[in-house]
Design a binder for this molecule. Structure first.
Ligand SMILES: *Cc1c(COP(=O)(O)O)cnc(C)c1O
Length: 358
């Protein structure tokens, strides 16, 4: 028995009538999972409570200095009705990595997975049924001390909210156009780029909105020091297939270590593909393109799983059309096999899929 207390809502909302109209992140379930941290007491009072606004002191530290961390993961409904998670222990391990960098006390990773499963059993009817839909889960931690000095907090909330989301690719996987960002940077080594913390994302908004004005979907981030080495694409990790070899930037502190990235690497290794994690510059990419050796490019992340890149705009230097604007075979196979494991359509030889309930 876990020590989680449960207070159910008296006013459950109607579930979405038409799952094909689900978007991303604008509808939330009936409950949230919460836990408090107070210095001297540790994390305590884990509870499931009705979803609703928080009462925060206007001086709460998270509102001023961004002492916050978060995670992003999904619960999937298999065809036989089972609810599945994908490598949830990895998310809480990464949350603790972020916690450490942001001076937030660590959580008990095994306990968090157990609490999350209990939360999902309460919210199970909110996991949508239609193909490629899921329940997006957003764990996060905020410092709540009412205090304007720049210090780490002594009091925190841990919260998980959940949002049913629609199919990412209702019309199939169409490659996206990407703008190579040479003016703004996302992070630098020694900073917080490897963590999921609010400030990384607010700092990226301007580049994103300028790219959208130019009709690009996302930006390709270059390193913050030499402005040459490729880091990520938007909020996804990035992979290239050059002359038969798969190359992805190595994790050196400024790049977020994606769980989809890690799973894609492990999957491609199991297929016998050569996958190399190393620094790769935009110049090297352009040279490979000119030599006709840039065969595929794609992003990886929980939301889209695989996002094929069809076009890269490196300003006046070079425009690259990759794979004739069509999805490549490795990208397609990764998408098919990862989603088959996530939605329980195939046997999972890796032990990644975790059953929550039948
Ligand atoms: C969350 C995130 C990713 C992808 O991580 P997944 O665990 O695969 O979802 C990549 N880059 C950034 C900046 C992210 O925030």
């Amino acid at each position: 028995m876990s020590d989680l207390t449960i207070q159910l809502t008296d006013h459950p909302k109607a579930k979405p009538a038409d799952e094909s109209k689900l978007k991303f992140g604008d509808l939330f379930t009936d409950h949230m999972l919460m836990m408090d941290y107070d210095e001297g007491q540790g994390w305590h009072d884990a509870r499931i409570v009705p979803y609703g606004p928080l009462a925060l002191d206007p001086a709460a530290m998270c509102l001023h200095y961004g002492q916050e961390v978060f995670e992003g993961m999904k619960a999937y409904r298999a065809e036989d009705g089972r609810i599945l998670l994908f490598r949830p222990e990895q998310n809480f391990a990464r949350l603790n990595l972020s916690n450490d960098r942001l001076c937030i006390p660590p959580v008990d990773e095994d306990k968090m997975v157990e609490y999350l499963k209990e939360f999902l059993r309460v919210e199970k009817d909110w996991v949508p049924h239609s193909k490629d839909t899921s329940l997006y889960l957003r764990p996060f931690i905020i410092a709540i001390d009412p205090h304007l000095g720049v210090h780490s907090g002594k009091h925190y909330y841990f919260i998980v909210i959940a949002s049913p989301v629609g199919a990412y690719y209702p019309e199939g996987l169409n490659p996206v156009s990407i703008y190579v960002e040479t003016k703004y940077v996302r992070s630098v080594r020694g900073g917080t780029g490897f963590t999921k913390t609010a400030g990384n994302y607010s700092a990226s908004l301007k580049a994103q909105s300028e790219a959208e004005e130019k009709h690009y979907t996302q930006v390709l981030w270059l390193d913050g020091v030499e402005r040459r080495y490729i880091e990520e694409v938007g909020t996804m990790n990035v992979f290239f297939k050059i002359d038969g070899e798969i190359i992805t930037p190595s994790l050196d502190g400024s790049i977020l270590g994606g769980i989809t990235r890690k799973s894609a690497i492990e999957l491609m290794h199991s297929w016998g593909l050569k996958v190399t994690e190393r620094r790769i510059s935009i110049d090297e990419l352009a040279e490979a393109y000119d030599a006709g050796k840039l065969e595929e490019a794609f992003g990886t992340g929980t939301a889209a799983v695989i996002s094929p890149i069809g076009f890269l705009d490196w300003g006046d230097t070079k425009k690259m059309e990759i794979g004739g604007g069509k999805i490549g075979p490795v990208s397609q196979r990764l998408y098919d096999e990862l989603t088959a494991i996530q939605w329980g359509r195939t046997k999972d030889p890796f032990g990644w899929s975790v059953e929550v309930c039948k």
